[in-house]
Design a binder for this molecule. Sequence first.
Ligand SMILES: Cc1cc2nc3c(=O)[nH]c(=O)nc-3n(C[C@H](O)[C@H](O)[C@H](O)COP(=O)(O)OP(=O)(O)OC[C@H]3O[C@@H](n4cnc5c(N)ncnc54)[C@H](O)[C@@H]3O)c2cc1C
Length: 377
Amino acid sequence: MTSRPEIGVEIAVIGGGLVGAAVAYGLIKKGLNIVLLDEGDSAIRASRGNFGLVCAAGKGDKLENYAPWALQGVHVWAEFAKNLIAETGIDLELEQNGGFVFCAEPPALKERIEMMERLRRKSGLDFEVMQPAEIARLMPGVSSNVAGAIFCEIDGAANPLKLLRALHAAISATEGALRRDARAERIERTSGGYRIITPAGVVTSEKVVLAAGLGNLGLAKWLGVRLPIKPMRGQILVTERYEPVLKAPSEHVRQTMDGTFLLGGSWEDVGYDTSTTFEVTRDIAARAVRYFPFLEKVRLVRTWSALRILAPDNAPIYDEIAPGAFLVTCHSGVSLAAIHAGKVAGWIADGALPDEAAPFALSRFESSLPEREVAYG
Ligand SMILES: Cc1cc2nc3c(=O)[nH]c(=O)nc-3n(C[C@H](O)[C@H](O)[C@H](O)COP(=O)(O)OP(=O)(O)OC[C@H]3O[C@@H](n4cnc5c(N)ncnc54)[C@H](O)[C@@H]3O)c2cc1C
């Protein structure tokens, strides 16, 4: 241990996925001396296996304060993207041409409209209800065999892999700020803050940010805290390239800028199993073809799965779980990347969470925390 280098920083951020990288990027912008520690594996973590939606629609269903927060997050995305692209030269492929939520059957559409109306009262998020003929004007090729769709003008999508690459590039511009192969194996409290043990050396910091996705389950234990998050698998299918036809994404089908279609939308409570299954990929493809019949003739080229990091109410958790130790975790790390780099990094830099963060505190789950911890890995 003594032969390994020891570095000291103001803030150590643990986890180099979209959440940790966005926070670390924001902290650097605020002039803080930080290090981002990442395990550096090549597994398909959520940040590398997601659908890339930048969206507010439907967020806050189980925690209403999440609705205005998600809307703010989407509002600040374009400015965030502009700055990150200018710094790194990496095009994030952000498109905010609106987003759809398709409903196959009338009862599902009715339920969705009621939910969106409730969320609009809370956040002001505007939406339209579209019938198949109206959808077809924006999205030629849509089936008349859908009940309708919710359309939110503010929603869109970005390329999540390029987002992650750009954040890492921007962070790496500060020498030594991004440490790969630096899995946090242990966190110890010291009189001046924290001591983090990694295979690459020991890091001492005044503050620490736990932003390691499902890895936070194990990390929080070092601070004596149990977390209610769990994995929720999603499978994604990607097709061959096709002429540009879909102007706006939905949670089940979107066309990327290079022409491929991403098909997804499965939610499977199967623990840490990251395999893909015939039944689920078949159902995802069938639903996509139901919405867009022309997809039947478009070839699939690849499937993968990744694990969402899910709290019981699907909303983020922001909390100071020990003095100077901040927990940042969420399901929608693409949609919230800009606000994580902005407001959330600002809160951590200031060293205190404001009232605005209170609805996202861990204490909201006090009665539902697991009896036993489930360690990751
Ligand atoms: C199928 C699917 C579709 C999705 N679609 C969308 C979408 O359309 N829009 C959207 O906004 N969000 C979407 N998400 C969610 C989004 O991908 C996640 O919210 C986000 O990627 C979470 O990022 P993270 O950094 O918290 O976690 P991860 O991506 O899991 O990253 C955690 C990082 O921490 C590192 N780590 C773990 N333990 C340690 C340790 N002890 N020490 C150091 N490093 C450690 C890991 O190596 C990893 O790099 C989707 C997720 C899935 C699975």
